[in-house]
Design a protein around this ligand. Structure first.
Ligand code: HSE
Length: 431
């Protein structure tokens, strides 16, 4: 019976949880996989740090880059993060030295995943990253294995717990964005620098990975639309609610005319849709495949327990040997899809104009919309005592480039328009 020697790099919240669970669940893992595990090395910055668990000195390594050369290590588990720097050096050196590699590092995989999967195949090792997307939800393995019979046409979801928590707090408690962010930080849901979450960049990495797996495509990791939630105010959420929508930050990828239409942006979605009712730090992913149809996967998208669960499932897959292709197909079979030109996107749009409340403002808005052939479905002016007022509009279906044109023209008029917020409405899709 083979024993797998495992090296864990990074002993933060997640690394430590993986370490503890591997020790605690040795017997369970042996019963389920038929293999023994042994944490042979751990590596982090500071040995002396109080972690509430004693780490034997003999398994401690100071420099992660020494690990790939150590003969008896079978699997290297990287939990430090970052697309470059040490993580990049470590992954290339590990795979070249014949080590299986397990990581939660979405930036690394979204940026270098194509190259790495080729290298992994060449070196007959596994490169697995279940924990990089949607925390504890086994979405990658579900798509690669559970949905292997399917042609997947569409995937989308709530892939960031921090922003979903903030949007939920704003809606449920009427908090401002700043208050909700502060609360998220206090609860440990938002990092001290929450830029990657708020800007949509975190979701961008995740949807790039998912779309590559779903469509058998080379990773599309740049030049697609990525918008975050920093512009959204409580009154956008309340207006959306009044007319039957919720606002969620979505990562979306679908095949349209043999191109991949991939994007990250907040969207107004019908309040009665299951995914509109995914609240707090929970993530959810909808996958539409043929022949299965629509499926939805829901669970904790972040946190040490859920992430450790995914990391350990990758370790088990390496041992059992049932997950050879990182992206679910041989790297040589990956196709080169083009990105859909998002300026051609058609949907309804929510527009909010913060205006100086002067005669004629509304007619300027409506005439610019009319000139661009954009028709209005709903319109509301927020009653205000001050000289500033909000005008909210839902358009009928219009093309992205026309909407962008309208925003460009009106935002030039700084005297009248203080702020213009645009959020796409997603209510056409049956998904
Ligand atoms: N920061 C991420 C989130 C978790 O809030 O969902 C790690 O991907």
């Amino acid at each position: 019976m083979k024993t797998y020697n495992i090296a864990i790099v990074g002993l933060g919240n997640i690394g430590l949880e993986v370490y503890k669970n591997l020790l605690k669940n040795k017997k369970n893992i042996l019963d389920k996989t038929g293999f023994k595990i042994n944490v042979s090395h751990v590596c982090a910055k500071n040995f002396k740090k109080n972690r509430g668990v004693s780490i034997p000195k003999k398994i401690w390594m100071a420099n992660p880059l020494d690990l790939p050369k150590i003969k008896n290590i079978d699997i290297i588990v990287e939990l430090i993060g970052g697309s470059d720097g040490i993580a990049k050096k470590l992954v290339f050196a590990s795979i070249k030295n014949g080590k299986h590699y397990v990581t939660a590092n979405k930036e690394l995989i979204a940026k270098h995943g194509d190259k790495l999967s080729i290298l992994a195949e060449k070196n007959s090792v596994n490169l697995l990253f279940e924990a990089s997307v949607a925390g504890g939800i086994p979405i990658i393995r579900s798509i690669k294995q559970g949905l292997v019979a399917n042609k997947i046409k569409h995937i989308y979801g709530i892939l960031n717990g921090t922003t979903n928590f903030i949007l939920t707090e704003m809606e449920k408690k009427g908090s401002t964005f700043a208050e909700a962010l502060k609360y998220a930080k206090a609860k440990g849901y938002a990092e001290r620098n929450p830029f990657a979450d708020l800007s949509g960049n975190d979701v961008a990495c995740k949807i790039s990975i998912l779309s590559s797996i779903c469509f058998g495509s080379k990773i599309l990791n740049k030049d697609f639309l990525v918008e975050g939630i920093s512009n959204i105010e409580i009154l956008d959420i309340l207006f959306a609610k009044k007319i039957g929508y919720r606002i969620k930050l979505l990562g979306i990828a679908e095949i349209v005319n043999n191109q991949i239409k991939q994007r990250v942006h907040p969207a107004l979605i019908p309040a009665d849709l299951d995914i509109a009712n995914i609240n707090g730090v929970t993530n959810a992913v909808v996958v539409d495949g043929e022949p299965i149809g629509r499926t939805i996967y829901e669970g904790a998208g972040a946190g040490k327990g859920p992430t450790a669960s995914s990391v350990i499932s990758d370790i088990a897959s390496v041992m059992v040997g049932n997950d050879d292709f990182s992206f679910g197909l041989s790297p040589a079979a990956k196709k080169n899809y083009k990105l859909f030109n998002f300026r051609q996107h058609v949907s309804k749009y929510y527009l909010r104009f913060l205006v100086h409340d002067k005669p004629g403002v509304l007619s300027i808005i409506t005439s610019v919309l009319a000139k661009n052939k954009i028709s209005i479905q709903n319109l509301l002016q927020d009653p205000s005592e001050s000289s500033l007022s909000n005008v909210m509009i839902i358009t009928h279906r219009a093309m992205e480039k026309s909407i962008q044109g309208v925003i460009k023209i009106l935002s030039k008029n700084k005297k009248l328009f203080k702020k213009i917020v645009m959020i796409r409405v997603r209510d056409e899709s049956k998904l």
